[in-house]
Design a protein around this ligand. Structure first.
Ligand SMILES: *Cc1c(COP(=O)(O)O)cnc(C)c1O
Length: 394
C-alpha cells in the first residue's frame, strides 16, 4: 500500500481545480453554449415551415462547415455515429474486413465499424496526443499482416482483409495524421478520420479531417458545436460524397413524384430544424474556441508547481480546440483515480476519466487487438475537467 496516493495530495489537486471551477455552482463536463441568437435562428426555421432535411438550413450548415474546414464536400447526418457508418459504406469497405481503430476511443467509433458490416481491430495509442502511435502500429502490422498477391493487406492470424485505418483526434488533440496517412498508403489501406471531437483543430495548419479518404464530425449536445444531435461526413472525393448522400436519404433516385429506390438506403439525414442551430453556432465558433483556449491556460496556471499531475498540451505541430482539458497523473493507481473523481463530484465538479479501453468491454472483447500497454496505462491516468465555454462565461 506504500505507493497509494495520499488523501492530502488528492485534496491539493481538487483545491487547484477549484481555482478555476469556483465553489457555489455545479460544473458539467461540457454543457452547450446557447443564447438568444440560437433561438432566433431555430425560430426562423420553424416559421419557414422547412423543418426536414429538405429545408435550406441543412444545406446552409453544410456550406458553413465546408468553408470553415476547407473540405469541399459535407453531408450532414443524424449523428456522428451514423456519419461514420455511412462513410464506411460509401467507401465500399469490404464486409467482414478489419478496420484498425484505437482501443482508447468512444464506443461509437467501434460500433459504427460493426454497423457498417466490418470488424474493429484495436491498436495502441501514444502518450503525447493520445492518438494512434504510428511507430508501434508499423511494427505491429509488419509482424502480424502480409500483402497478398492481388494487393490486399491480410491479417495472418484471422485470414481477413485489413481494409482501413481509423484514427481519432482525441479530445481535439490532433493525432500524427500525416505519418498515419503515409503508413496507410504504404500498406494500401484507406485512411478515415474520426474527427468527432476535432472541429476547430488543425495539424500543420490544415483542419483535421482532411488528411485521408474521408472523416466525420459530431454535433452532439456535449461537442464543440451542437445541433442537439447530429454529425457530418467530410470528404474531398465527389464520388464518395454522392454515394453517402444517396445512401443517407433512402437511396431514392431523383424523380419529381415517383418512388424509385436503387438499393436499401438509410434515413440518416440531419433535419433543418437541427441544422438551423448549427448555422447559428458556427457564427460563434471562433469566440467559443478562444474562450476554451483561455480556460485551458487557466487550468495550466492552476496546476503550476503541482508535481503529481499535469495538464495535457496540444502537440507541437497541431493546434487544439481543447474540446476537453485533461490532466494526466502519472502512476496513479485505479483506486486513486476513483478517489479523485469521488472528491471532485462531491464538489459538484463533473470530471470524467477517459473511456474504458474497448477491448475490455463485453461487446468488443472478442475482436482482434494489438498489444495495448499505453492504452491500459493511460486509462488509469487521465481525468477530463469541465471544459465548456460556460465555465468562464457564466
Ligand atoms: C461523439 C463521438 C462520436 C459519435 O458521435 P455521436 O454524434 O454522439 O453519434 C464518435 N467518436 C468520437 C470520438 C466521439 O467523441
Amino acid at each position: 500500500m506504500g505507493n497509494e496516493v495520499s488523501d492530502r495530495v488528492i485534496q491539493e489537486c481538487v483545491d487547484r481545480i477549484s481555482l478555476v471551477c469556483r465553489p457555489g455552482r455545479s460544473y458539467p463536463l461540457h454543457e452547450p453554449f446557447l443564447d438568444f441568437q440560437d433561438a432566433e435562428e431555430v425560430n426562423r426555421c420553424i416559421k419557414s415551415g422547412w423543418v426536414s432535411y429538405v429545408g435550406p438550413a441543412t444545406h446552409e450548415f453544410e456550406t458553413a462547415l465546408s468553408s470553415y474546414t476547407g473540405i469541399p464536400h459535407v453531408i450532414c447526418t443524424s449523428s456522428g455515429t451514423t456519419a461514420l457508418q455511412l462513410l464506411l459504406r460509401g467507401l465500399d469497405i469490404q464486409p467482414e474486413s478489419e478496420v484498425l481503430v484505437p482501443a482508447l476511443t468512444f464506443a461509437a467509433t467501434a460500433a459504427a465499424i460493426i454497423h457498417a458490416g466490418a470488424i474493429p481491430h484495436f491498436v495502441d495509442v501514444e502518450e503525447c496526443a493520445l492518438g494512434v502511435d504510428p511507430a508501434a502500429l508499423d511494427n505491429y502490422l509488419s509482424d502480424s499482416c502480409r500483402q497478398s498477391s492481388d494487393g490486399k493487406f491480410i491479417n495472418v492470424a484471422t485470414g481477413r482483409v485489413v481494409s482501413a485505418l481509423l484514427p481519432v483526434h482525441t479530445f481535439g488533440l490532433a493525432c500524427r495524421i500525416k505519418e498515419l496517412r503515409a503508413l496507410a498508403d504504404s500498406y494500401n489501406i484507406l485512411l478515415v478520420e474520426d474527427a468527432a471531437e476535432g472541429l476547430g483543430s488543425t495539424f500543420s495548419g490544415q483542419h483535421v479531417g482532411g488528411f485521408g479518404h474521408g472523416s466525420i464530425l459530431s454535433f452532439n449536445g456535449n461537442k464543440i458545436v451542437t445541433t442537439g444531435g447530429g454529425g457530418a461526413v467530410l470528404t474531398y472525393d465527389l464520388e464518395v460524397a454522392e454515394r453517402v448522400r444517396h445512401l443517407s436519404s433512402t437511396a431514392k433516385t431523383p424523380h419529381p413524384w415517383r418512388f424509385f429506390h436503387d438499393e436499401v438506403g438509410f434515413n440518416f439525414r440531419l433535419p433543418s430544424l437541427n441544422a438551423a442551430l448549427g448555422v447559428s453556432q458556427m457564427r460563434k465558433l471562433e469566440s467559443m474556441l478562444a474562450t476554451k483556449r483561455t480556460l485551458h491556460s487557466d487550468y495550466k496556471s492552476a496546476f503550476d508547481g503541482f508535481s503529481s499531475a499535469t495538464v495535457i498540451n496540444e502537440p507541437d505541430d497541431g493546434s487544439s480546440n481543447y474540446w476537453l482539458s485533461t490532466i494526466r497523473w502519472r502512476g496513479l493507481e485505479a483506486g486513486g483515480l476513483d478517489r479523485l473523481l469521488q472528491s471532485l463530484h462531491e464538489h459538484r465538479i463533473m470530471a470524467r476519466p477517459i473511456w474504458e479501453p474497448l477491448h475490455t468491454l463485453a461487446p468488443y472483447k472478442h475482436f482482434p487487438h494489438a498489444p495495448l500497454p499505453v492504452t491500459e496505462m493511460l486509462a488509469r491516468e487521465l481525468v477530463s475537467l469541465p471544459s465548456g465555454v460556460g465555465v468562464r462565461e457564466v
